[in-house]
Design a protein around this ligand. Sequence first.
Ligand code: NAD
Length: 252
Amino acid sequence: MKRFEGKVALVTGGAFGMGAATAKLFAAEGAKVAICDLLEDEGPKRVAEIEADGGTAMFCKLDVTKEPEWEAAIAAIVGAYGGLNVLVNNAGISGSGYQDQGDVQAWEDLMRINATGPFLGTKHAAPAIIASGGGAIVNISSISGVVGQGYIHPGYNASKGAVRTMTKQSAVRFAKDGIRVNSVHPGIMPAMRTSGVTADPVHRKKILDAYVPMKRAGEAIEVARAVVFLASDDASYITGVELPVDGGYLAI
Ligand code: NAD
């Protein structure tokens, strides 16, 4: 029996990277998947890949910072699939592409996309999840939501820290409604589309050697497995926790 047969999962930023891996794993586990992303070229390609593998998926154009787009996306998903059980707040931008750590626009962009985005997602998805009989929210934070890195913009650490503690607020708030809420904290992973220095192989080797006990980067599927676990009934008594997927980075 697949773990998400008859369930509906929404993955923001699902057109690329770890979001795409997560969307595909939900589909392989039987979920109907909504890939919600800015990328109107890549998103439908992921849908086609899922369908080619026998899964069910749809694409919704969504900018996570825009509340009317959230309203439209939730309505479209509930209209198409009859409900919603899982929200993965995964969409985000990197903090490693900025030269100036005092760049105010960078701070505002990072907070708006990485923190306000999940806040709006929770606001608009939770009523649909409750109406569907409950489910789970998984927020993608980062090791950067727990400890600082001197080489990235502080807005990234701040936004991911906000996601980390907002997760606990949501867990407490929605427990009575049958929604579990947890955060996943990836470590050194394949570079993001928006990465700067963290995409540089020399920098990556230095960080892996110095800070990652397992001495390798993670793979997108390794994060996807953690997300799907936390969203599944296998995690039925787990809420409000933060799960690092980081090869031991946060253990040092
Ligand atoms: P990625 O750049 O490969 O993918 C991010 C996705 O989010 C893209 O599809 C992009 O189009 C989408 N997106 C960006 N802004 C959006 C917006 N405003 N509205 C809707 N979609 C938007 O990055 P990734 O590595 O897959 O990262 C996924 C998540 O994991 C992010 O939240 C990121 O901060 C976090 N994370 C990444 C790493 C890493 O090293 N890659 C490490 C820790 C945490």
